[in-house]
Design a protein around this ligand. Structure first.
Ligand code: 5GP
Ligand code: ZN
Length: 112
């Protein structure tokens, strides 16, 4: 499949890794929107939140466990945001499930 994040997960396209295990990869966003901005993806392709099912949803719990650990390791105690855009109108540009983790500045709420 011609999917950018599948290629990054497979190491075919290089990335600046934050964390990796057999199921997931975290890597810095190429166009950071905050002083800290990385993405967490399942290595196995899921298109978006809309593609989460009872069969694959365990990966989401694992992703959040790792985000919690990384928030401590990277000392994001002042606050951080986890965002996943789903579909065109929400601004999803890569159709492979990914969680943005943003930190290091004050973040507006509600988002634009
Ligand atoms: P989305 O717009 O789908 O919510 O998020 C996709 C994100 O992937 C964007 O923030 C974009 O900057 C990032 N991105 C796109 N291509 C690459 C790439 O080749 N490498 C990395 N590290 N990030 C990418
Ligand atoms: Zn993919």
């Amino acid at each position: 499949m011609d999917c950018l994040f599948c290629k990054i997960a497979a190491g075919e396209i290089p990335s600046r890794k934050v964390y990796e295990d057999d199921q997931i990869l975290a890597f810095y966003d190429i166009e950071p929107q905050a002083p800290v901005h990385f993405l967490v993806i399942p290595k196995k392709h899921i298109s978006s939140v809309g593609g989460i099912t009872p069969e694959n949803s365990q990966i989401v719990a694992h992703i959040y466990e790792v985000i919690a650990k990384l928030s401590h390791d990277l000392k994001l105690e002042n606050g951080f945001r986890v965002v996943t855009n789903c579909g065109e109108e929400a601004g999803q540009s890569v159709p492979h499930l990914h969680f943005h983790v943003l930190a290091g500045r004050s973040l507006a709420w509600p988002p634009g």
